[in-house]
Design a protein. Structure first.
Length: 59
């Protein structure tokens, strides 16, 4: 049975962990951007966000 290169396995594990960390960061950033975008859009339209606390405007 051929012996595996331990260094190669270590690099693979570290690489996978780094990729997962980057993916998590991207997902968190995307979530923040979407919440911010919807909040700005709601403010521009003069409507409170669904489920947001605060006063409502009436004409």
């Amino acid at each position: 049975m051929p012996q595996q290169d331990a260094r190669k396995n270590y690099i693979g594990i570290v690489s996978e962990a780094e990729e997962e960390r980057i993916a998590d960061t991207v997902l968190r950033a995307r979530s923040f951007v979407m919440r911010d975008l919807f909040g700005r859009l709601a403010a521009a339209l003069g409507r409170p966000r669904k489920g947001a606390a605060g006063h409502t405007t009436s004409n």
